[in-house]
Design a protein around this ligand. Structure first.
Ligand code: MN
Length: 458
């Protein structure tokens, strides 16, 4: 695929994949070779917010980019910001949605072709030149800030659990500062626009190796996406490769200049030309500062920052504005609480069963009685009176009376009844024809008939 500006000509290829974990692809890329414009956007936000945000950003960028200059590119990114912002405010389901954007455009600048690269968020632009891969853009992310502070090494940042948190995003505020870099197009240089799904899965040396081997930009883009998916695919991944195939004679001029300066142009020699036109980028930044729209956005209101839903867990569309780490923590707390409740519930059930499963024989007033439960009760479980027998305390043999006073545990109700029957038998043997008991017997006859009836009934 070829695009041609006045002099600079470019080939390009692009690919995107949902990855292995997510169920929707919130990444989007824009290719407008007719405008020499390419972009990658990585959307974020609940419901379908992420997909909508990156889609609106790419559509608006392509539509609003009329003036092929650096200012024209900045203007288009700002319009994309407004469009996402308005859509988020018009639809409650999309509130808080946002997207990163990294765009590359070949523009005319003071009579020359220049590559302008605009960036908001943590999608990246790399340049592959002379066998080396350089990151052109600066990530607007928490870990990038920490690396700049020196409180995190790049190696630590690459595996940091909060590496998904971006500190600047398109569509959350009515205006957003846009970073712009200007680079001289040079024959043979390759540019990679990508979402974090690439560089979080594929180490930079591996990215460079693919760019070295795969000459076709489309094959290179597809190969890189494939590597990211194979590497885990924990996020959506999008790659656009743009090759400078004709710089209008700029490279040979640069080589000639270097040769004059005494630098060797061959392999192993010093690298020609600085990575990017730093003064130009500085000038554009100061221009924006004069326009008063460079207020740094470090966080969204409420003190939390937008999180690109992280990799590797079942939830596909977390709310924007809340770091994923905290959500995972909440899940753990919930699971732990549930476990504790299950353990406590089990313990209560066990005590309840133990406390009520047994029987014992004791005295209720001056009568022998059968109770359900444990003698003296167990925690909150009081023994339950099951049956008061006719056997009176004074008829119970002395030896048994002490036992019953201390309560005789029985494993079942029938065991308890058998015990009472034995004691009653002993009592009858001890006091068979006592006159004193005859009066007792008379008193007991009042309760005897019902007992007789019940036994006679069957
Ligand atoms: Mn992403």
């Amino acid at each position: 695929m070829t695009a041609r500006a006045d002099r600079t000509a470019m080939h390009w290829g692009g690919a995107t994949d949902v990855g292995r974990v997510r169920t929707s692809n919130q990444d989007q890329f824009l290719a407008r070779p007719d405008l020499d414009l390419w972009a990658v956007a990585d959307g974020m936000g609940g419901h379908s917010g992420g997909e909508v945000a990156s889609q609106i950003a790419c559509d608006t960028l392509g539509r609003a980019y009329a003036d092929q200059t650096v200012d024209g590119l900045i203007e288009a990114v700002e319009q994309a910001n407004s469009a996402v912002y308005r859509a988020g405010h018009d639809n409650p389901d999309l509130t808080g949605m946002g997207t990163t954007v990294v765009a590359l455009a070949a523009v005319r600048h003071e009579g020359d072709d220049v590559l302008a690269i605009a960036n908001v968020g943590d999608s990246r632009c790399y340049r592959y030149a002379d066998g080396e891969l350089d990151q052109v853009t600066t990530d607007h992310s928490l870990v990038a800030d920490l690396v700049r502070d020196g409180s995190l090494s790049p190696e630590e940042a690459a595996v940091h659990p909060q590496r998904n948190i971006v500190t600047r995003v398109l569509g959350v505020y009515d205006s957003v500062p846009v970073d712009v870099f200007a680079v001289d197009p040079r024959d043979g240089d390759r540019y990679v626009l990508c979402s974090d799904g690439l560089f979080n899965e594929v180490p930079e040396p591996a990215i460079a190796a693919v760019l070295r081997r795969e000459r076709d930009p489309d094959a290179a883009a597809r190969h890189l996406v494939h590597l990211a998916v194979e590497g885990g695919g924990r996020d959506n991944v999008t790659v656009v490769v743009v090759d400078v195939v004709d710089d209008g004679g700029r490279a040979s001029t640069a080589s000639a200049a270097l040769a004059r300066d005494g630098g060797a142009g061959g392999p192993g020699g010093p690298r020609p030309s600085p990575a990017y036109a730093e003064d130009d980028a500085d000038r554009w930044r100061s221009r924006r500062r004069r326009r008063g729209d460079t207020a740094e956005i470090d966080a969204v209101p409420g003190g939390s920052v937008l999180a690109d839903p992280e990799v590797g867990d079942g939830e596909d569309e977390p709310e924007a504005g809340r770091p994923r780490r905290r959500r995972r923590f909440t899940w753990r707390v919930a699971m732990f609480t549930l476990l504790i409740l299950v353990v406590i519930g089990g313990a209560v059930a066990t005590i309840q069963w133990y406390g009520t499963s047994a029987y014992f024989v004791g005295f209720e007033g001056d009568r022998v009685a059968i109770f359900k439960g444990r003698p003296g009760g167990l925690l909150w479980i009081e023994p339950e009176l099951v049956d008061v027998t006719d056997l009176e305390r004074e008829r119970v043999p002395e030896s048994r009376r002490q036992d019953i006073d201390q309560a005789i545990e029985q494993t079942s109700l029938s065991d308890a009844r058998r015990y009472v029957a034995n004691v009653t038998e002993q009592a009858d043997e001890l006091h068979p024809l006592s006159t004193t008991t005859s009066t007792v017997a008379t008193t007991t006859t009042s309760s005897a008939p019902p007992a007789t009836t019940t036994t006679a009934a069957p």
